[in-house]
Write a protein that binds this ligand. Structure first.
Ligand code: F6P
Length: 455
């Protein structure tokens, strides 16, 4: 059945700002938008998302907005209600549980704060359900994205039973042990909310199995699941790599690093990305493999994220102090071991991926990780991918990578050493395999899987 499509996510494909009197639309940030955006642009699909900035709020007042190839309907929610739902529930609580990030002897200690925030989360999900019910064409497939909108299925079943809603998680799901960290009513509502969709999709079988184990334990139900890793849009990434802005950034990088080897990473500053252990591993490498001193530069293109959450701000400070200590320890005249760059500059990040000799992707736990695929697509030096086995993308491209044990600093340093020493022929073979695996699935395959799951 050919259903009209409505995509629903917290962050929309465009962000709006006022510039010299006019409202200007810019492509939004993040993996979800870079993966889904090209699929939806230029189609009839409607994209419903939250207004996150003042400019977005103005766009929200205009109803459905056609801009940059997207038909968007932004939702202006009371800012305090939205903050509680986005910062406190989604990013500070569900994200931490799904990625196993709490330091359990100390946190969390849920009190009234979470109760109030949970009420806000319900309200936001309800407002989304109301908006989708208002604008969705009859019989539409509603593709709900991510943990911000876990309860949407319930609200839609009540309001518009003609719609076919599917939920897709771009994160891992909690293991049953981690789910028990949540207050019981929160865990129960999250699971019943997700189970109210026609199907729940995940990037890997492992995350889907964790969800099923939780649903069986808490609800005694086996909801329908499907597995569909998000492809990166190879043409879109190559276009970015070929752009003049990326060329200029690459020339700047070449000036900085000269003929040294480059270990690179491109990430949001995010606890699950494991930045601290990544830098500690580089420190360990310089300490225990002195031959690499002055011969390698670590290019870290990492940009701030979710700055409304105190734990993220603290983490960024900790990362920066560590980078400072490592540079103080090893730098020599003419050599800065870690070049740490926090500009949110997409062309520069792509240039870093092009120049890498080793790409470090070492998350603690990660729904997928598109950087691992994008690096394989644009890199020009047969870079070796050092990849955490806890990243969802491991299932797709692991055979081309050197495995990183994310909690083992010495083990990660060994992986970096192995990658830096790898003979040219093996590097080439692995890089070719990575390129092939990274483009094996096309963006349209992912969309087809969502629509099939709606039936
Ligand atoms: O990886 C999960 C995810 O929610 C993506 O879907 C999204 O692109 C990314 O995190 C960024 O999150 P935020 O919109 O909070 O900056």
């Amino acid at each position: 059945m050919d259903r009209p499509v409505v995509v629903v996510s917290n962050r929309g494909p465009l962000s709006f700002r006022r510039d010299a009197g006019t409202l200007v639309a810019r492509r939004g940030a993040g993996g979800l938008v870079s993966g889904l955006g090209p699929l939806v642009a230029g189609t009839e699909a409607l994209w419903v998302a939250a207004a996150m900035s003042d400019g977005d709020r103005e766009a929200a007042a205009a109803g459905i907005v056609d801009a940059e190839g997207f038909r968007t309907r932004l939702l202006a929610i009371d800012p305090e209600v939205y903050r509680l739902a986005y910062d406190v529930v989604s990013n500070q609580t569900l994200w931490f549980v799904y990625h196993g990030l709490y330091d359990l002897p100390r946190e969390p200690a849920f009190g009234r704060d979470l109760r109030e925030a949970w009420q806000a989360y319900r309200e936001v999900n309800d407002a989304f359900a109301e908006a989708v019910a208002e604008v969705a064409p009859h019989g539409a497939a509603v593709l709900v994205q991510d943990y911000h909108l876990g309860l949407l299925g319930l609200g839609l079943v009540e309001r518009r039973p003609d719609l076919a809603a599917v939920h897709f998680s771009h994160t891992p799901f909690a293991t049953p042990t981690w789910l028990r960290v949540l207050p019981d009513h929160v865990a129960g509502e999250v699971l019943s909310g997700l189970a109210a969709h026609r199907a729940c999709g995940f990037h890997t079988r492992g995350w889907a199995d964790d969800f099923l184990a939780c649903a069986r334990e808490v609800l005694a139900l086996t909801p329908r699941t499907f597995v569909s890793p998000l492809p990166s849009d190879a043409a879109d990434v190559r276009r970015a790599a070929d752009s003049p802005a990326c060329g200029a950034a690459l020339a700047e990088i070449e000036d900085e690093v000269g003929d040294r080897l480059v270990v690179a990473r491109v990430d949001r500053i995010e606890l699950s990305k494991n930045l601290l252990r990544g830098f500690l591993s580089f420190d360990y490498l310089l300490d225990h493999h002195p031959g690499w001193r002055e011969r390698v530069v670590f290019l870290a293109s990492v940009y701030p994220s979710r700055t409304g959450v105190p734990a993220y701000i603290e983490y960024q400070g900790e990362v920066e102090r560590l980078v400072g200590r490592i540079n103080d320890r090893w730098a020599t005249p003419g050599w800065t071991p870690i070049v740490y760059d926090t500009r949110d500059d997409y062309p520069r990040s792509v240039a870093v991926l092009r120049r890498a000799d080793v790409l470090l992707v070492n998350p603690i736990r990660d729904g997928l990780n598109l950087v691992a695929k994008e690096g394989g697509i644009v890199n020009e030096r047969d870079a070796v991918l050092c990849l955490s086995r806890e990243a969802g993308v491991w299932d797709e491209v692991g055979e081309a990578a050197v495995q990183v044990p994310p909690f083992d600093v010495a083990g990660t340093a060994d992986a970096l050493d192995l990658a830096l020493r790898m003979p040219a022929e093996e590097r080439k073979a692995r890089a070719e395999l990575l390129r092939t695996l990274a483009v094996a699935r096309k963006p349209a395959d992912w969309l087809a899987d969502q629509l099939a799951a709606a039936e």
